[in-house]
Structures are given as structure tokens and as C-alpha cells.
Design a protein around this ligand. Structure first.
Ligand SMILES: [Ca+2]
Length: 580
């Protein structure tokens, strides 16, 4: 079923008009703008190169000298060499030199600058941040899904550290990515669901708040921070934080190559464009091998709709969903390729490699698929504030720095990435953000501290979730449902599946945590929901009461249960207003 985004009264800036499945986030996964033609891509590259001299690390424009050398001075030098000192200020005045000595003076000048910048590069790690899309907490073999084949990611985990309580700041694409980019809570950014957002439906008791339609340019992204410190920066793959003037090249990335969302599997490509993205990533890494680089490689895998190589799906015949398993195996293969490239270039020791996902796995039927994945024993999946929606795989490798083979259960949030990456690069702390650096936890200097995590998700989603907020405090987790103020309280240490609601048994604790959540909302300045005057109670009952999608576990369901889930999906799709 295809239709276009309706232009609702609740207009949120400029609506895009790509086709997408009913109420589906597919629209968001489709690029806001078509991939630039090859020549346009080249122009973009050339334009950014002209600003930063990307291909020639030794040569800097005058305006760049101070910041780079300054960055070198600030950077901690493990060897205590302090090679960043001096630099441009001590250069001879070339204008006073005789013409015969000028070429030599220039060579010496730029050679010396090269040493300065070279030393800067030596003190900063390269950063490769690989982001999967909708990959669930249990979707990798090293996270327990033994029927999935992910040897490269398993090896990465063995060589580095694996987190079991890595949370996304919002269990859906755009806000989760905004959190990674800015270190800020999506609720603070007023960017709280996928772009452009789901149209309001009669089944909603509450209306969605009118939220931003892009990551504002005033927000300083992690790429802008790193670029300012001399990093070459690339966003390869999915952005989903605004189009045109809000694209990655306006947010600190020298290079942006979006690639294709869906491809026809072939000898050279999988079903989600993952090989082309990886080839570009390899080219970027090779081009910038002599200077620090930040590669943000955001795969479209395994987001729906997906397809995979037929033979790979056949090899995964025993998996819960063989095609889904094959999509993940293809992505794993591309991760192996990129890591081999890093090895071949001799960069492995000075490259921090991160692999994670933007939100939990999709546990309900959606788009053309009747089964996608399951997150059992965790409850629900993408779109929900239950653990199946919030937890993602997270693997970090930095040879010689991050302990090998370690598994960490301390919670981290993906707003933490910006401060953590700046910390790893030896850069100054960013101000006015919500995230906290967990570099010490990463490198084994800390066990992680007690910390409250908060979520505010005032939206209905295609996956069947309703507006809610949540707080995790130690082992305790409270969810507040905004439709009626209902509280659910869980003890994650005893009940990881969030099946035993203790709100009635522990009213004081529930009230205290609800107060903490309310206080945080006030501090952050969140957007709230208005009442829907167009509410249809019977539609609400059919979608949220008669069938509770948060309790669906397709791995533990029989044929009739799966059929009920498919029927529910049809009703969910039918309630979304059609394009005019
Ligand atoms: Ca996603």
C-alpha cells in the first residue's frame, strides 16, 4: 500500500513527498533528497577539499594554521614530546627572503608545518563509527543469536569491549541520531520522533507535538568538533536529520555520500547498498590515512524493506527470519572488509572502531514483512520505551587502549558519544550537553557510576507504541504513560522482560521516580501532547487494548498469534490518513 505524506493541519514545516508504506518510517529511511549524481558528489568533495586541503595533510591554508597547531598543543602527548609547540609563529618571513632562497624557504616552511600537523595526527585516534539501523540487542551471534552468522563483529567484540546495557536516547531513527550527533537529549532538541513524523490519527487520545523538521544548524555536531581539531570527516550512508541546507556537509562533514537504501542483491552488492557504502568508506579512509579521520558509516541495514542474496538466505534457513539473517550477515561481511582495510593501511592500533545501532529491533510486522526480528527476553522493540526498543548492541575496539574480551553491563546512553569521542581525541569538553563521557569506562579505568537515565517520547509510532516517558535508576525502571498517567515500575535485576509491574506494590518508589522524571522534563523544556478532539475510542481499543503490541513476541507465538499480528498491522495501516 503506497501513499504520500498527508499535508495535515498539524503541519510541521515542509513535508517531503516521497512515497512510503502506510504511516511507515520508510519515508524517513528514504533519503530526503535523491543521491547526488556522481559528478555532483565529486563537486561536493572538491568544494570541501578546497576548504581544508583534505588530500594533502602537510599543506594548510593560513587560516587553518592556528587552530590546528593550537589543537596540537592542547592534545595530550602520550610520549610527552609536545611536538605541537611553536609552529606558525616561528616561521621565517618569506617576503624578506631573496628570490633564490624562496623555494627552499617554502619547502622548509611547509615541511615544518607538516611535522606540526603530523604530530597532531599522531596524538589523535582515528574514529570509525559504524551505525546499523534497527539492529536489535540480540541480533548478533556475540549477543546470543547463535543462528545469525556475524564472525567479523564477533571478532571485533573479542578484540574489544561489548556493552549489554547500551541505550539509545530515543527508540527510533532521527532523534537517536540527533543524540549521537549533538550529545543532547532529543526532548531538549524538540526532535522526538522520526522525520517527518507520523500523521495524527483518530486512534490517538493525544496529538503529537509540532516538532522540528531537522537538526538545527546552530547545534554543534560531533563532526564539527572533530573537524575543528583537524579531523577529516565523512558521513557515508543514512543521515535522516534534514535535507538540503541541513545536510551533513552543513553539519561538519567534509564528505557526504548517502548511497542507496535498497539495492538488488548481486555478486557485488547486498540488499541494502552496504557494499557500495563500504567501498566509499574504504576510499575515504585510504585518502585520509595520514591524518586523523572521523568516519560515520551509517548503514541502512537491517531496516525494512530488506532483501538479501538468495544463497546467503538459504544458508540462514534455520534463522527466525532467513532473509533478515542474511542481511545482517552481509553487513557483517562489509565490516570485515573495512577492518581488513584498516589493517592493510597499518591504522588498526590508532583507530577507535565503534559498532552500534540507532534503536532496538523491529518486533512487529511492518512494511512487506510479517516477521522481522524478536528481542526476547526483552520486551517489545523499536518505537517502545521497554528494553527491547531502547537497548542496542555496542562494540568498541581500540587496540591497546580498550581491554579485549570485556563485557560491560553498566548503562550508557548514545547522547554520551559526543563527549566520549571528544574525550578519546583529547579535546576539550563540550558545554551545554546532556551526555557524559564514558571514556574511563571504555578504557577500563572505571566500572561506571550510578546514573539516572531519562526518556521522553510524546509520540504514537507505527510499531504501536503510545506517548510515554521513562526513567532508569539503578535496577529500577519507571514508565509513565501520557494518555492516562498510568505508571509501570519494573525491577530489571529480577525481571529483564518487564512483565511484573510493581507500581502498586511499591507506590512510594513509583511516585518518587515519577517526580524525578517530571523534574527532568521541566529542566529540559520538553514538548507535551494536546488532547485529540477527533478521538475515536473504538479505533484506540482495537489497536492498543484488544491487542497489546508491546507484549508481542513472534518467536514464541504460533500461527494464529502471527495471523493476529498481521491483522493488527492492517488495522494500524488503515487508520493512518491517506494522502489527498
Ligand atoms: Ca532506526
Amino acid at each position: 500500500m503506497k501513499h504520500q505524506i498527508p499535508s495535515s493541519k498539524n503541519q510541521r514545516g515542509s513535508r517531503r513527498s516521497e512515497h512510503f508504506d502506510a504511516g511507515s518510517e520508510l519515508s524517513g529511511n528514504a533519503r530526503p533528497h535523491p543521491s547526488p549524481l556522481p559528478q555532483e558528489r565529486e563537486r561536493g568533495l572538491a568544494a570541501s577539499e578546497s576548504k581544508t586541503s583534505r588530500r594533502v595533510p602537510c599543506v594548510l591554508k593560513r587560516g587553518d594554521q592556528h587552530s590546528a597547531a593550537d589543537g596540537a598543543r592542547r592534545a595530550p602527548s602520550p610520549g610527552g614530546e609536545g611536538r605541537g609547540e611553536g609552529g606558525p609563529k616561528e616561521l621565517p618571513d618569506a617576503g624578506k627572503l631573496r628570490s633564490s632562497t624562496l623555494p627552499w624557504a617554502l619547502i622548509l616552511t611547509f615541511g615544518f608545518l607538516g611535522l606540526v600537523i603530523g604530530s597532531s595526527a599522531a596524538t589523535r585516534p582515528n574514529i570509525i563509527f559504524i551505525l546499523a539501523d534497527d539492529l536489535g540487542i540480540n541480533d548478533l551471534a556475540c549477543y546470543g543469536r547463535k543462528e545469525h552468522h556475524t564472525p567479523n563483529l564477533d571478532r571485533l567484540a573479542a578484540q574489544g569491549t561489548r556493552f549489554t546495557s547500551a541505550y539509545c536516547a530515543q527508540p527510533i531513527c532521527s532523534p537517536s541520531r540527533a543524540a549521537i550527533m549533538t550529545g543532547k537529549a532529543p526532548a531538549r532538541l524538540h526532535l522526538t520522533t522520526y522525520l517527518p513524523g507520523r500523521p495524527d490519527c483518530v486512534s490517538q487520545k493525544l496529538l503529537h507535538p509540532v516538532m522540528r523538521q531537522q537538526l538545527p544548524l546552530e547545534e554543534k555536531t560531533v563532526a564539527e568538533h572533530l573537524k575543528g581539531a583537524g579531523y577529516a570527516t565523512a558521513c557515508i550512508g543514512k543521515w535522516h536529520l534534514g535535507g538540503k541546507e541541513f545536510s551533513p556537509t552543513n553539519q561538519g562533514f567534509d564528505v557526504y555520500r548517502p548511497g542507496k537504501v535498497v539495492t538488488k542483491p548481486s555478486e557485488t552488492e547486498g540488499g541494502k547498498g552496504e557494499y557500495e557504502l563500504t567501498q566509499w568508506a574504504e576510499e575515504f579512509v585510504e585518502t585520509n590515512r595520514a591524518r586523523p579521520f572521523f568516519l560515520y558509516l551509517a548503514h541502512d541495514t537491517p531496516h525494512i524493506p530488506y532483501t538479501a542474496k538468495r544463497e546467503m538466505a538459504a544458508q540462514n534457513a534455520k534463522a527466525f527470519n532467513p532473509v533478515y539473517a542474511a542481511v545482517i550477515e552481509s553487513m557483517d561481511d562489509t565490516v570485515g572488509r573495512l577492518l581488513a582495510k584498516i589493517d592493510a593501511l597499518g591504522l588498526a592500533n590508532n583507530t577507535l572502531v565503534i559498532f552500534t545501532s540507532d534503536n532496538g529491533g523491529l518486533h512487529v510486522p511492518e512494511g512487506p514483512h510479517t516477521t522481522i526480528t524478536h528481542n526476547a527476553p526483552f520486551r517489545a522493540g523499536k518505537g517502545f520505551l521497554y528494553e527491547g526498543g531502547l537497548r542496542s548492541p555496542l562494540i568498541a575496539r581500540w587496540l591497546g587502549k580498550i581491554p579485549a574480551g570485556r563485557v560491560i553491563d553498566s548503562p550508557v546512553l548514545n547522547t554520551d558519544w559526543l563527549p566520549t569521542l571528544l574525550d578519546c581525541a583529547g579535546l576539550q569538553r563540550a558545554k551545554g550537553i546532556d551526555g557524559e563521557s564514558f571514556r574511563d569506562l571504555l578504557v577500563g579505568k572505571s566500572r561506571g557510576g550510578a546514573r539516572r537515565l531519562f526518556w521522553h517520547f510524546p509520540h504514537y509510532t507505527n510499531q504501536g507504541s503510545q506517548p510515554a516517558g521513562a526513567v532508569r535508576d539503578g535496577d529500577w525502571k519507571l514508565i509513565e504513560h501520557y494518555e492516562d498517567g498510568r505508571l509501570e515500575l519494573f525491577n530489571l535485576a529480577n525481571d529483564i522482560g518487564e512483565m511484573i509491574d510493581l507500581a502498586a506494590a511499591e507506590p512510594k518508589r513509583a511516585a518518587r521516580m515519577a517526580k524525578q522524571l517530571a523534574r527532568w522534563r521541566a529542566e529540559v523544556g520538553v514538548q507535551t501532547n494536546a488532547v485529540n478532539s477527533n478521538f475515536d475510542a473504538s479505533a484506540h481499543r482495537a489497536l492498543y487494548v484488544d491487542f497489546d503490541p508491546s507484549r508481542l513476541n513472534l518467536a514464541g507465538t504460533d500461527d494464529s498469534g502471527r495471523a493476529r499480528a498481521v491483522e493488527w498491522r492492517k488495522k494500524m495501516n488503515a487508520v493512518v490518513p491517506k494522502a489527498k
